[in-house]
Design a binder for this molecule. Structure first.
Ligand code: ATP
Length: 348
């Protein structure tokens, strides 16, 4: 049922604006891929191209080995869920879910009893059994999106496309639905492309994440790949907070000024570079050969974590340090910081 989706060198302009600038991506059958990127990076445009709602200027999209340009919109068999307004307000839940099946030409349309059986099964699948007769206005936002998903699944889609499906819901409901969707995907296994600008959502849900920036894919990989080994400074900054240090690499060590701060580097990165370090990868330590001395200037909370802001001589911006379970230092205290992990990029 699920197909591979191959996106080949897609270019798309709106008048003179290049919305997609040579995007290629191979999606495996049954895979859940998140398209993640800031507003305007081209996520929705790419989704609409896969759906056949936009035409590419160059490049093509394949389902398995079928060039989708040869398929009518209906023959693409796409299940699409949008951020909001996805349901027909004047139809009850059962009619909403059955809509795609009833719109089929007579010879492909299941008989009425088969349709109600399928609607019932889908409502159980999305954990809303017995709500056939309710109207969208009688459902919560989260329930509506689950019905929208049931409707998308009713046509047995080749590919499921979700455009910020939880974007309009509050944080708690969003989190619950995320776990629920992951679990549902594990059971039904459709090839799924999910658009979001929420890093946490993408990293938690997807088998792989494709990070878009200004119409190009900067990196594709598992959550661990993109988070721990970002390919570009953009990916590193987009996925979470990061401190930047100008360093010089000599041999296998990075130096801040004449002080070695990180070792064990591969030998081919010599010269000036930028070292990107996340707040959780800075530790306050007693004594170590590779350490950065500084002064604690500010303490604050960052959600569940405590943060210290440490001023380091020769660096304009203070370093953010996650304290986790470490004992909080006092303001004004001199500390030594050890970098436990960092990413090096060529100096800008
Ligand atoms: N129909 C259109 N006409 C003109 N420009 C468009 C059209 N659709 C999209 N664009 C432009 O193309 C760029 C990419 O838009 P797109 O909606 O794909 O971005 P996005 O990453 O999905 O952003 P968001 O997260 O804000 O939805 C934007 O600059 C947008 O203004």
């Amino acid at each position: 049922m699920s197909v591979a989706v191959t996106i080949e060198a897609i270019e798309k302009r709106f008048e003179n604006f290049p919305a997609l600038r040579g995007v290629s991506l191979d999606i495996q059958p049954g895979e859940l891929v998140a398209l993640l990127g800031p507003s305007g990076s081209g996520k929705t445009t790419l989704l609409r191209l896969i759906a056949g709602l936009e035409e590419a200027d160059r490049g093509r999209v394949l389902f398995g080995d079928i060039d989708t340009r040869a398929l009518s919109l209906r023959d693409r068999r796409i299940g699409f869920v949008f951020q909001q307004y996805a349901l027909f307000k004047t139809m009850n839940v059962a009619d909403n879910i059955a809509f795609g099946l009833r719109s089929r030409p007579r010879e492909e349309r299941p008989i009425a009893s088969e349709i109600s059986k399928r609607v019932k099964g889908l409502l159980e699948l999305v954990q809303l059994p017995g709500l056939e007769k309710r109207y969208p206005s009688q459902l919560s936002g989260g329930q509506r999106q689950r019905v929208a998903l049931a409707r998308a699944l009713a046509i047995e889609p080749r590919v499921l496309l979700l455009d910020e499906p939880f974007g309009a819901l509050d944080a708690k409901v969003r989190k619950d639905l995320r776990a629920w969707l992951r679990e549902l995907h594990g059971r039904v296994g459709h090839t799924t492309v999910f658009v979001t600008h929420d890093q946490e959502e993408a990293l938690e849900l997807a088998d792989r994440v494709a990070i878009l920036n200004a119409g190009k894919i900067e990196q594709v990989g598992s959550a661990d790949d993109v988070y721990d080994h970002p390919a570009t400074p953009f990916v590193c900054e987009f996925l979470g907070e990061v401190n930047k240090l100008p360093v010089k690499v000599v041999g296998s060590q990075a130096f801040f000024g004449d002080r070695p701060v990180l070792g064990g580097l591969s030998q081919n990165q010599g010269g000036p570079a930028s070292l990107y370090v996340r707040p959780q990868h800075l530790r306050i330590v007693d004594e170590t050969p590779l350490a950065l001395p500084g002064t604690v200037e500010h303490l604050r909370r960052n959600g569940p974590l405590r943060r210290a802001e440490v001023a380091v001589e020769g660096l304009k911006k203070r370093l953010d340090v996650d304290l986790a379970s470490q004992v909080a230092p006092a303001i004004g205290e001199r500390v030594r910081l050890r970098i436990t992990h960092g990413n090096l990029f060529a100096a800008a």
